[in-house]
Write a protein that binds this ligand. Structure first.
Ligand SMILES: [Ca+2]
Ligand SMILES: [Ca+2]
Length: 293
């Protein structure tokens, strides 16, 4: 039993039937499946991303090359410098001191050629980094810090004063006046090793520093060397109301490297005051002449 239709339904059915009769195989579209039309932005994004990746890769390689260069390659023409490694300004100060023209040369490493030697002072640094001594040899720079037990006070500078060959091993040793005393040349001694300069403890002094000359008129001090390369340290006491001096000399032979001193040979003399500096030139600052070249 079918449901009765309305007039509107009958008229719609008739209209659709009439439209269906107009459809032929030629009017139908090809029976291709529907296609999804992709958005074009994906077509452009891929090359952009690829190009960006390539640029980043190139920059990355360039960056690595640059960083490696800073780590391993010193500036062109700049010699390698070996420092004590503990002081902020040592490398800069000593590079400048050793690369500028200087008249002070000595064969520090004993290869027969003179080496440029220099000192530098960092007046604002703590005592451990206050002053340095260095040598330029075989195209490289070697620096080390003065011991903090005696360093230049504000306004003063370390000064290289002598380069005697203690031990007569062909290697000049360096005597550096710290200028830490007003009336005395309180100095430190440095000697060459395969690793560079090292400070040598001077014998007979608790601090390891040595007074090259000074001490005043009543109790002068002096240091020097003998013609066979032994170290000399001398003291004198004024006697006879200043007309004469009692002089005690201690002569330390070098018994090993870099500078190892043996037991001293001691001597005592009494000399007229007027003959003190002539007989014992160490009291006048000329004591290292006998073993210097
Ligand atoms: Ca040399
Ligand atoms: Ca020597």
């Amino acid at each position: 039993m079918s449901r009765p239709t309305t007039d509107i339904e009958d008229r719609l059915r008739q209209a659709l039937a009439a439209r269906a009769e107009q459809v032929t195989p030629a009017s139908l579209r090809p029976a291709d499946p529907p296609k999804v039309k992709r958005r074009r932005r994906f077509i452009w994004v891929a090359p952009i991303l690829a190009a960006a990746a390539a640029v980043l890769a190139i920059l990355g390689v360039m960056s690595l090359v640059d960083l490696r260069g800073q780590e391993s390659t010193p500036p062109a023409g700049q010699p390698t410098i070996h420092t004590s490694g503990n002081c902020e300004h040592e490398e800069r100060l000593m590079s400048r001191a050793l690369l500028r023209p200087s008249d002070f040369t000595a064969d520090v490493d004993g290869d027969g050629d003179g080496d440029q030697v220099a000192t530098a002072t960092d007046p604002k640094a703590a005592p451990a980094c206050r002053a340095f001594v260095g040598v330029r040899t075989n195209g490289e720079l070697y620096s080390t810090a003065l011991d903090p037990s005696a360093v230049p006070p504000p306004g003063m500078r370390a000064q290289l004063t002598n380069a005697p060959d203690l031990g007569l091993d062909g290697r000049a040793d360096l005597v550096v006046n710290t200028h830490s005393m007003v009336d005395s040349a309180l100095s430190q001694i440095f000697s060459w090793t395969p690793d560079g300069l090292v400070r040598v403890q001077a014998p007979g002094a608790e601090s390891g520093n040595i007074t090259v000359y000074g001490g005043g008129m009543t109790a002068p001090l002096g240091a020097g060397c003998t013609s066979d390369g032994s170290l000399v340290t001398s003291t004198a006491d004024a006697v006879d109301q200043g007309k004469a001096y009692e002089v005690t000399r201690q002569i330390y032979p070098v018994t090993g490297g870099p500078l190892e001193f043996g037991d001293p040979r001691m001597s005592h003399d009494r000399v007229p005051a007027a003959q003190l500096n002539q007989r014992f030139p160490e009291f006048a600052g000329g004591g290292f002449v006998p073993c210097s070249t």
